[in-house]
Design a protein around this ligand. Structure first.
Ligand code: ZN
Length: 311
């Protein structure tokens, strides 16, 4: 079986408003869902993406107030590359510099192909020019669609077990690769996973600014069961199917230490609110609905990121 690419990536943060100010206000992603951590409804779970929350454009965060920064090391994602259109680098260079961010060039094949920045918790993001277009619906309230982020381009991982990781991405997910560059569906979101040998590094420590897991796409519940069987037969240990309201999921850890997920495209983020109102109100799963008022009272209210400059 071959994965059709990344569905979403979930990371840890230390402050919900600061997180929104960056991903909505600076990167121009749409906040497409405000919900809570289903396992700990005392904290937000924020989802950002394109105008419709299309699979492949989704970054999600668990903001835990005061969470210390994680430490880099092996067994972790070291950076997320996000696709931007050809020629968009000067726009992002200027936008990020104007907001006081440290900007470093990203060089691929001997030429600058984008910039690297860090989110407020230290998570490294590369904005790289590609022809791939994942975003199905531009959200033009902050950034024009001609330069807007198009979705996840790729992921870099520091593996605790390099060769077994490369083998697992190939055998489990169909990301075949040489020299650690594992390529799945070309042009799809997250179609490239770049693995590095981190065996000599200290183990990464989970905290703010670190990636919690990477989710890959599957078409529906039936195909997800086939994935469960496939990963099990290939040597992985997937969890039973879990209902995440906007998709269903199975989780398993690759040999190098990174938690992976396979998530269904349906039902998607318009399941419980109209597309034009995505992310405007707190949403909770049915089993938490009787406690909505109590949950909301416990959370610090979130506000739209401030408009800056010519916006
Ligand atoms: Zn997930």
């Amino acid at each position: 079986m071959r994965s059709t690419g990344v569905h979403h990536i979930t990371a840890m943060a230390s402050d919900a408003q600061q997180n929104r100010d960056f991903y909505e206000g600076v990167l121009g992603l749409r906040l497409v869902k405000v919900t809570v951590n289903f396992d700990d409804p005392g904290m937000y779970h924020l989802y950002y993406g394109d105008g419709m929350g299309s699979p492949g454009t989704i970054l999600t965060f668990f903001p835990i107030p005061g969470l210390p920064q994680g430490a880099p090391g092996s067994g972790a994602v070291t950076s997320i590359a996000l696709a931007i259109p050809r020629g968009a680098t000067p726009f992002w260079q200027a936008r990020c510099t104007a907001r006081g961010l440290a900007v470093a060039p990203v060089v691929r094949d001997g030429a600058q192909s984008g910039i690297a920045i860090r989110d407020p918790d230290g998570l490294t993001l590369a904005l790289v020019e590609t022809d791939a277009v994942v975003a199905a619906a531009a959200w033009e309230q902050r950034v024009p669609s001609s330069v807007a982020i198009q979705g996840v381009e790729g992921i870099e991982i520091s593996s605790r077990a390099f060769n077994p990781s490369v083998a697992a991405f190939d055998a489990w997910l169909g990301y075949a690769g040489a020299d650690g560059e594992c390529v799945g569906a070309r042009g799809a979101a997250g179609g490239v996973v770049r693995l590095h040998d981190g065996a000599d590094l200290p183990r990464a420590r989970m905290g703010a600014g670190t990636v919690h897991h990477i989710a890959f796409r599957t078409a529906d519940a039936e195909e997800q069961i086939a994935w469960h069987t496939h990963v099990t037969m290939a040597g992985g240990y997937p969890t039973p199917v879990q209902d995440r309201d906007y998709f269903t999921s199975i989780y398993f850890r690759e040999p190098g230490g990174v938690l992976l997920e396979i998530a269904t495209d349906p039902p998607g983020f318009a399941r419980d609110e109209a597309v034009e109102h995505l992310g405007e109100a707190l949403r909770v799963p049915d089993w938490l609905a009787p406690h909505l008022a109590q949950i909301e009272e416990h959370l610090t209210p979130l506000h739209p990121a401030p408009m800056i400059g010519a916006e």
